[in-house]
Design a protein around this ligand. Sequence first.
Ligand code: AMP
Length: 358
Amino acid sequence: MRAPLPPGSTIGIFGGGQLGRMLAMSALQLGYRCIGYAPAGDNVAAEACAGFFEHHWNDREAVSAFAARCDVVTWEFENVPVAAVEAIPADRLPTSARALEVAQDRLSEKRFVEDLGGRAAPHLRIDSEEDFARALESIGTPGILKTAREGYDGKGQWRVRDRHEAQGIRFPGRRCIYERLVGFESEFSVILVRAADGEIRFWDSTANTHEGGMLVQSVLPAGEWVEAQVDEARALAGKVADALSYVGVLTLEFFATGDGPVFNEMAPRVHNSGHWTIEGAATSQFENHIRAICGLPLGETATRFATIDMRNIVGEQALGAHRILAEEGEPHLHLYGKREAREGRKMGHVTRVGARLG
Ligand code: AMP
């Protein structure tokens, strides 16, 4: 077991987005400082970091210089190239790059979870037009064609309602997955934190609503479908975390269906559907991730309010978002400081809570 990192230590974060920003804010509160690393861009995490390396992922010298300044290294973005993470000395990496390697590819994450007893939607690997035609034949429609790597928030996805629509969709020229559309009652995620000694804690699972493939809202209570299936999903998520010797926050997304939970995808990091934990849980996902990777005791994950409603603030909605502060019920507004309010871009979120529990 690693000794806990003393106050004043430095945490390196690969990735420069809002998740890194919120991780750094929690780290600051616990007396740590953060240094970020990401290619040049709107790296809003930099504002919460003591230093920031803006370099290509494959700049070996820059990665080494970054590693030399950090006592521990983590990531907020699952598409950090595995080679960059593998360049970090193992004694500074609480979780190995294997977790990223598995989660970066939709086929490998489904295989990994199926090998541990989970169930995913029927799917096939697509490397060509012919594979796509065969998959339409054997899996049928409706379905979704997704790029195997680097899709997010509904990008790199094509819905196929029927054969007719399929004729208008071309294989995009890089490895894809075609999967059957799942008829679900509800969507939910299991968010857990695992310490280096193997202790696991779960937050309550919200019911998540997506539009155009992007999360728009997470609510508690999550409803009977989620409540009936969350234990099975947690058991699976716990096995995934153990199998990866994972340290920190890990998220698995599920569909609650008439036949039980169907695994969709995993994120080896803090997750948008866990933003409510900042005000809504005894310890937030961000703080517990920092605690886990620094070897500190994990915090309680219990929900503190009878109802929770987290909504994303997307694109130009952010421009008038301060108006939310005048609402009744003390809404908790978070804006990420992004410079450009592009359409479909996550700019912030607001969490509204109901009566306090206990
Ligand atoms: P993903 O990028 O795989 O998380 O997909 C984004 C969202 O699209 C999911 O949260 C669902 O709302 C929807 N979706 C993706 N795959 C499926 C599927 N096989 N069946 C039904 N809905 C899906």
